[in-house]
Design a binder for this molecule. Structure first.
Ligand code: G3P
Ligand code: CA
Length: 364
């Protein structure tokens, strides 16, 4: 009888542990963040006021900024290392690397006309003549009530994502501007600003200066679900989330990220069918060139951007707290369920053996 009870206890303990391991929820379950990639880059010229305005109007919770630094040390929002693809204007000022130009030169460039040339179906006369924005101009225009998803770019970034010299002081200047515009505390508490990078060293530098800031480690499209999973232990040391290419996302990656309380925000979605697939896989947000499409996919589950960001921050903290601090340890891709259940079973069997021995003793 006692043996049966002990064995039952062992099995119960195993099941409880197993349930805890498998039922670990997404840090922000049911709250999928709508991140406007370069604003609403599918509908308006990327990283312009027109693009950011439209993204927010169409339901984006965050507007994204890709940071570059000018020759005279000003942070501007533009994706490419070179000006050639997205700007028109005097060749001396508007071709070649951003880092070779002063802000005064860059301000002579038109960053809207390329869009009208390339996407005539979405062209608008008002896009012609739009200027590259400084990060400060973005903060001034959109204020502390907007959510920003800011990418630091560096020369260490992978192919396809080249960047500026990592000695540019970009991280320090970003933090200075966040302080100046009152964004440091809302970032830490409510994820009003998320900072992303392909370059771990850039995020590590920011983490060293302020470990409370929420950081997201990006992974290039050359990675796979498996290689990203292998890096999660390292990322977890400084990041609250990961940003993989949408093609690298599978259930294994989502589960592995969530097991470490890391949110997962894939890039860059365009089609609703792909958005639905990622929502079904359990991602916590996604970058999209069409925030309106994602807003339609999310339907009634979409909420106000500040509320969404705050809930994501709270869910992350709850996950961390539930996990007893950082990190479920890396098991090299092997489910934690098996060792945990076996451990509990062995403990139970040990208890059962002890009870049996006691039962077999002659009465004193
Ligand atoms: O930052 C997420 C996504 O924007 C990464 O791709 O090259 O558009 O910056 P990219
Ligand atoms: Ca980006």
């Amino acid at each position: 009888m006692r043996y049966t009870m002990a064995l039952s206890l062992a099995l119960l303990v195993s099941l409880v542990f197993a349930e805890t391991a498998t039922a670990k929820k997404a840090p922000a379950e049911e709250q999928v963040l709508n991140i406007g990639h370069r604003g609403a880059a599918g509908l308006a010229p990327e990283h312009t006021t027109a693009s950011y305005d439209l993204a927010l109007e169409l339901g984006a919770d965050y507007i994204e900024q890709d940071l570059r630094m000018t020759k005279d040390g000003v942070l501007v929002v533009i994706h490419d290392e070179d000006l050639d693809r997205t700007t028109r204007g005097p060749a001396k000022n508007c071709t070649g690397p951003v880092s070779d130009k002063t802000l005064a030169q860059i301000k002579t460039c038109d960053v809207g006309s390329f869009f009208n040339e390339r996407y005539p179906e979405y062209a608008r006369d008002k896009y012609a003549g739009l200027k590259i924005l400084t990060l400060e101009e973005v903060f001034k225009r959109y204020g502390p009530q907007t959510n920003y998803y800011i990418e630091t770019r560096s020369s260490e970034a992978p192919p396809g994502n080249p960047g500026v010299d990592d000695s540019s002081g970009m991280e320090e200047e970003l933090l200075r501007l966040m302080d100046q515009y009152g964004l440091r505390e809302p970032a830490a508490n409510s994820w009003r600003v998320l900072i992303q990078s392909f370059v771990p060293a850039s995020l590590a530098e920011i983490h060293a200066q302020d470990p409370a800031l929420p950081l997201v480690q990006l992974y290039s499209a050359e990675e796979t679900s498996e290689t990203i999973q292998a890096d999660l232990e390292a990322a977890q040391a400084y990041a609250v989330g990961i940003g993989p290419s949408q093609d690298d996302v599978d259930s294994g990656l989502v589960e592995a990220a969530h097991a470490r309380c890391l949110v997962i925000h894939p890039y860059t979605l365009e089609e609703k069918s792909n958005m639905r697939d990622l929502v079904a896989l359990g991602v916590d947000g996604m970058f999209t060139n069409f925030p309106d499409r994602l807003d339609e996919v999310l339907g009634e589950s979409a909420v106000d951007g500040n509320l969404a960001a705050g809930r994501a921050a709270e869910a992350y903290r709850a996950c961390q707290s539930e996990a007893g601090g950082p990190a479920i340890p890396n098991t090299g891709g092997i489910s934690l369920l098996i060792p945990v259940a076996l451990g509990a079973l062995l403990l139970g069997l040990g208890l059962a053996a002890t009870m049996l021995r006691r039962a077999a003793r002659p009465p004193r």
